[in-house]
Design a protein around this ligand. Structure first.
Ligand code: NAD
Ligand code: UDP
Length: 316
């Protein structure tokens, strides 16, 4: 049994990670400031003997004897990370410093949840880890993109200077149950709109692409990365290479929900990347042939069922 700290553990991805690692027999400390996370996401774990919830903000230091740290804390939706951009930078940068300091003191292995956003609006397609990216340092998305880039720098430097055992994953667009209904990300937006019969809000002409990964595939890849061979630190892309335009996604959601919703076109937000697709050869090679198992229609089906049940309970 390992004692594992999961920052952002009450969020969408963090809660799935808490559940999986707890079920595998580990002791979990779930740390969250509840900015975008919710107790609902973890309430089914609360009675578990080896689950502990701590309300804490990672911009402040934290001390606990742990074996491993999954640093997942950071708002991931553009709507939320742009709400207070300075706080977003602090969460990524000061949060990384605090968690790396903890890892150094207690000799814990630490994994950073980085992002495909480090590639910005990519000019190389698909994106391999060797691509340095095309990021605007002073735009609307910079607080998130540059914060995550700086966190990667800090991870590498703590590794080089202090021998902290690190792992870095770059997560591509991930969706699934426990996304916040008002999260603002495209998959949850389209599903909620379709279920309510509201217009589906496609930004721009809808020809921009993303590659959508179901959350279970991400959790599997993340845990395999934490357990990967000594000396393999990444960064490694974790995503589903199947690429779709936002119009294709809208049509798929309308089809799966039998919705009467119409598509409406709204302006494209500034600096919105035009295309995104992970090259996952490194993950396959290093993570024991890891690759996504759940394709879009199946994953959307599970996610639609989740939002449908929230709607029936009048939770939103
Ligand atoms: P989320 O917003 O659902 O979860 C983030 C969690 O972190 C929330 O519970 C929030 O309350 C908590 N948090 C935020 N700031 C904090 C702080 N200062 N101190 C303590 N807790 C804090 O987002 P998610 O989709 O679950 O993303 C989890 C991680 O994965 C994030 O680091 C995100 O950047 C990364 N990521 C996610 C995606 C994706 O598509 N879901 C893609 C790339 C990277
Ligand atoms: N998007 C959209 N309608 C929405 C929300 C998002 O068309 O209601 C688009 C957005 O402009 C972007 C893509 O969907 O091109 C993915 O957006 P999301 O915020 O989910 O993730 P990110 O841009 O960070 O990849």
């Amino acid at each position: 049994m390992k004692r594992i700290l999961i920052t952002g553990g009450a969020g969408f991805v963090g809660s799935h990670l808490c559940e999986r690692l707890l079920n595998e027999g580990n002791e979990i400390i779930c740390l969250d400031n509840f900015f975008t996370g919710a107790k609902n996401n973890i309430e089914h774990l609360m009675d578990h003997h080896y689950f502990e919830l701590v309300r804490h903000d990672i911009t402040n230091s934290y001390m606990a004897e742990v074996d491993e740290i999954y640093n997942m804390a950071c708002p991931a939706s553009p709507v939320h990370y742009q709400y207070n951009p300075i706080k977003t930078v602090k969460t990524s940068v000061m949060g990384a410093i605090n968690m790396l300091g903890l890892a150094k003191r207690v000799k814990a292995k630490i994994l950073q949840a980085s992002t495909s956003e480090v590639y910005g609006d990519p000019t190389v397609h698909p994106q391999p880890e060797s691509y340095w990216g095309n990021v605007n340092p002073i735009g609307l998305r910079s607080c998130y993109d540059e914060g995550k880039r700086c966190a990667e720098t800090l991870f590498m430097d703590y590794h080089k200077e202090n021998n902290v055992e690190i792992k870095i994953i770059r997560i591509f667009n991930t969706y699934g149950p426990r996304m916040h209904p008002q999260d603002g990300r495209v998959v949850s937006n389209f599903i909620v709109q379709a279920l309510k019969g509201d217009p589906i809000t496609v930004f721009g002409d809808g020809k921009q692409t993303r590659s959508f990964q179901y959350v279970d595939d991400l959790v599997e890849g993340t845990i395999r990365m934490m357990n990967s061979r000594d000396g393999f630190i990444g960064p490694v892309n974790i995503g589903n290479p199947n690429e779709f335009t936002m119009l294709q996604l809208a049509k798929e959601v309308i089809d799966l929900t039998n919705s009467k919703s119409e598509i409406t076109f709204l302006p494209l937000p500034k600096d919105d990347p035009m295309q995104r697709q992970p090259d996952i050869s490194l993950a396959k090679k290093e993570l024991n042939n890891w690759e996504p198992k759940i394709q879009l229609r199946e994953g959307l089906g599970k996610t639609i069922a989740y939002f449908d049940s929230l709607l029936k309970q009048k939770i939103f």
